[in-house]
Design a protein. Structure first.
Length: 201
């Protein structure tokens, strides 16, 4: 149980308009621009509980340059229970759910691991012992998960907009994997925030 890995991988790409700045008053915007300092999400969205805990200075120094840590408050969120993930995987189009055996080489092509013979439902239900790796792609197609993803990315955008304006093509991916599973080597071209919800990576 302790080793079980479930994480949401939130990709951040673009932008046209974003809630963070739209909802900011002009005085706040002026202060931020003038000081060239990044605000805390506390200041910008006091009416919503924060989902992420981003350090502005770290973000400014590292975004799009080097990996850095952010904290989140998603552990225990109802949308990440196995029951809800089974429901999500069942609702989305079948091609959005990829899964295979998890004990593979890093040189295996992405999604190229052996079939397990299990169904999507069985794989998630038995994830602790079925030696599997699964990704649910484009969870933003589901309204509830889209809402959660947008709240996370709105918080990111508060910080990213000053550095690289125009967040666009928001997408969310949820990975569910058994202990000691391997993800094949690959590269992700998008801005990418990994939020480990359970277990360890
Ligand atoms: Fe990746």
């Amino acid at each position: 149980m302790q080793d079980r890995k479930i994480w949401i991988d939130v990709f951040r790409n673009i932008v046209h308009h974003f809630d963070g700045y739209r909802k900011m008053d002009k005085r706040k915007h002026f202060e931020i621009t003038k000081r060239k300092l990044l605000p805390s999400t506390d200041e910008l969205k006091p009416w919503l509980p924060r989902l992420l805990d981003i350090d502005g200075e770290t973000f400014r120094a590292s975004f799009n340059r080097s990996p850095f840590f952010i904290k989140h408050n998603l552990a225990g969120h109802r949308l990440f229970s196995l029951h809800r993930l089974i429901e999500l995987a069942s609702r989305l189009p079948e091609e959005k759910v990829k899964y295979n055996g998890a004990h593979i080489s890093v040189a295996t092509g992405l999604y190229g691991g052996p079939r397990t013979g299990l169904s999507i439902r069985e794989t998630i239900r038995r994830i602790e012992e079925c030696r599997s790796w699964m990704v649910i792609n484009n969870v933003e197609l589901d309204p509830e998960y889209r809402l959660l993803m947008d709240r996370c990315l709105d918080e990111v955008q508060v910080f990213s907009e000053a550095i690289d304006p125009g967040m666009c093509r928001r997408e969310g991916y949820i990975f569910i994997s058994s202990p000691h599973s391997v993800t094949p080597f690959h590269m992700d071209p998008e801005y990418n925030f990994l939020l480990q919800v359970r277990g360890e990576k």
